[in-house]
Design a protein around this ligand. Structure first.
Ligand code: ZN
Length: 207
């Protein structure tokens, strides 16, 4: 069996739920399923049930702004995946993964803890020029975010930072303050976690 997640919203072919997003394909047929039907199919095959979990939660970032997340859990033959996704352009998206027999309550706590850690720091400061035009700057010389799909098309992605979307042009203007500086770029998948060497930063600040 091959699995393919599709972003398009469509009806689940088993229960009619509008929230289907998994394509299940075998050699002879393709079936589109919602998460609940898919997980119960996996439970039938592998004997592990997707235990109940909250469908949504709200977490405040380091500035106190509330972000509402949709929570998903998905089983596969070897793993359990959990995702907290803010349903808006450029919103935060966090994922964790455990083996199929992992403690599912613990996995949810890991997801929440990861979201809290990564949302503790905000990277972009919004300001206003004297003429009223909005501007953005990088607060502390470092920045983390996610490369995102650009609904306007074209061949340049959007950048999701602090749960918001920025165009490549806006990002370029933020870098103007750092002309002559070096730049470090590292790509991590969503299951990994962005970690900073804070001791190095404190040393540079003479702390
Ligand atoms: Zn269904």
């Amino acid at each position: 069996m091959n699995l393919k997640e599709v972003a398009a919203m469509a009806l689940c072919q088993r229960c009619g739920n509008e929230n289907s997003y998994i394509h299940l394909t075998s050699d002879s047929q393709t079936e589109r399923l919602c998460l609940r039907c898919y997980n119960s199919l996996m439970a039938g095959e592998f004997g592990v049930e997707a235990e109940s979990y909250p469908e949504g939660m709200t977490i405040r970032d380091g500035k106190g702004t509330a972000h509402h997340f949709e929570i998903r859990k998905r089983l596969d033959p070897l793993h359990i995946f959990m995702e907290a996704m803010e349903k808006k352009q450029g919103g935060y998206d966090f994922k964790v993964m455990g083996d199929l027999y992992t403690d599912q309550g613990e996995l949810l706590l890991q997801l929440i803890a990861k979201a809290e850690r990564e949302m503790a720091e905000s990277y972009v400061e919004e300001g206003t020029f004297p003429d009223g035009q909005r501007c953005h700057s990088i607060r502390s010389g470092r920045l983390a975010g996610r490369v995102g799909w650009n609904p306007a098309g074209g061949d340049v992605p959007l950048l999701a930072i602090d749960g918001k979307s920025y165009t490549w042009d806006e990002f370029g203007k933020m870098l103007l303050h750092f002309e002559g500086f070096q730049r470090k770029l590292e790509m991590l998948d969503l299951f990994e976690e962005i970690e900073w060497n804070n001791s190095k930063q404190k040393k540079e600040q003479g702390q």
